[in-house]
Ligand binder design. Sequence first.
Ligand code: ADP
Ligand code: MG
Length: 728
Amino acid sequence: MPHSRFSAIAASHSRKPIEVVYPDTKTSEYFGMNVFDKDKMKKYLPKEAYRKVIAAIDEGEHIDRKIADLVALGMKAWAMELGATHYTHWFQPLNASTAEKHDGFLDISNGEVVENFDGGQLFQQEPDASSFPSGGIRNTFEARGYTAWDPSSPAFIVDKTLCIPTIFVSYTGEALDYKTPLLRSVSTLDKAAVEVCQFFDKNITKVISTLGWEQEYFLVDEAVYNARPDLYLTERTLLGHASAKDQQLEDHYFSAIPQRVKAFMADFEIESHKLGIPVKTRHNEVAPNQFECAPIFEEMVIAVDHNQLIMNIMKKTARKHNFRILFHEKPFKNINGSGKHNNWSMATNTGVNLLAPGSTPKRNLLFLTFLVNTVKAVYDNQDILRASVSTIENSHRLGAAEAPPSIMSVFLGSQISKILDEIENKVTDDKMTPDLKTELKLNVGKIPEILLDNTDRNRTSPFAFTGNRFEFRAVGSSANCAGPMTVLNTAVAKQLYQFKKDVDAITIDGNKRDEAIFKVLRSYIIHSKNVLFEGNGYSQEWIDEAASRGLTNITNPVQALEALLTENVEKLFTETNVLSKRELHARHEILVERITNKLQIEARVLGDLANNHIIPTVIKYQNILIENVKGLRDLLPADEFEVLAEPQMDMIRRISKHKTIVQTKVVEMIQARKRLNKIEDSTEKAHEYYVTITEYMKEIRHNIDKLELIVDDDLWPLPKYRELLFTN
Ligand code: ADP
Ligand code: MG
């Protein structure tokens, strides 16, 4: 039988790039061709239905059944012209992927086969959803979940299937997905931000949140991947000694993209463009075989859908190119992990980016207002923000010297910091003189010029201001952006409501409006100072300093998730109507159970690799050494034998030592799991799993990796790091 490792390597070396079929028109001509967007609605819907759908998209107005029937008819006509045969509700359940259940348009009417799709089918489906996580919300006697059409996300066609973006809720109306709370958070942020914008400009009546994500990923050749059960069962390597060369020469970032990879990229970009996803950037990342893609930012809900969709397309396209794509946050030990930076801002109906400075003092005060409120929201909500990115996968990455630690700090850059200092120092509690006000306004007015040559780029901050947006960098590569974005929107919304109240309160006291704004901003700047940090976020000094500033730093994901159960967080979400207490607790339950399940799987896979792959190999090699020593003893005089056999004897001893540790620890780990499985409380169970099983896994791995260095390369059964990272 061929050795699976070596045949895999041979297969990966023999590959040629797959040819890409490029469309024969410009991108702008096929961009969005597979999306039922406004233009297509206009063409395929009767006037009244078109108007109603646009009102639903823009104002959240209700659509009745009659209109839904008309929309369904138009959608079906459009979809069938593009060859679609099926439709599905497309939703984002809480198990971190997307779900779909396809139904054919096919129907029988009066004994004849017809294509059918009506408003009822567009509106609602009842997927047999009892196998999606619900955190106890769905009782066994009422296992139904509903998917309901979300007209704010356009329908699209993938593989001849019309996909209708929906939300997913329980029989009792509770959210079972990522989308529902995201939509609620977008709408509460809209309300709060408009209230504040009205201080500055009465024409601002709508504020949308914007998101531009940057998706990092690894590619591994399919044959090599298939020879690594840990990769295909857990998406990360549970063992493997570092390659002699990995990223230390810093020669991968932004270097030429390998041909096979470029073909893959071009292929998934073409399909993405047809689906209206504005992917723009592609490049190599820091680690070997690590890459990134990023689109132009979009309205948040659409951007979230597009990220989920593109991840699916990338998975599918990778297979076509004989790759497997890894979205895991840390597939390889001691090598950079993958994140998904979330670039976030807010934009008004008047075309203003609220986190971009403008050309007048008034515009800049508006900008500073949103900036300072965001800083305060991050400071006051650091624990729930951390919880929003805390998964077992991301816990391998955060603080691992290439990603921000689990401390939430904000980077502003020296120029903006200077302006905040000035407000802090010059604004007073008593009445401000006209001269002072003019001075402050003039200085605020200078912001855009200053920012022009502000080249500050701090890559080590988890939450950085980057000129016209904040970049939340702690988000993991496999995450659904909706999780962290829901928290951020909600935290900022709550803060903006508070700001409105605070300004109103002292405006009544006889302050002029702008004076009141300056005063409230000053109090916020003083209040949130501790969260601002401009230095190296990866350093030990920062970890110490953050502790002395009272910032929290929680690396254990189970502990981090406890934030969801605190009174403050409950207030945050219930006051803003984004999540009820029951929904919050259900989410917590799902997330901690996920940690236990993931660790359970990893521990099993590692146990299997150790017992059935590594130990037998190690024994084989040890026997070869023993045979060799015996032969030398027969051949050589005793004194010479002792000298010449010693290195082999040493290897035999070292192999025995590591092998025995691996064997003992695997047995102990299995026993520990049996013991922990009896724990009833799911949080305690996850915590114990995290603390205990992770340690066993580390120790087992350490010893296996030592064995990898001793055992004959010809015998080693699993592709090594160099083969996983350097074949492309
Ligand atoms: P970098 O690697 O320097 O962070 P990229 O160009 O890779 O920059 O990514 C920046 C992302 O930020 C892009 O998706 C871009 O569209 C997005 N972005 C720019 N302006 C905004 C904004 N106002 N709101 C949200 N995202 C934005
Ligand atoms: Mg970035």
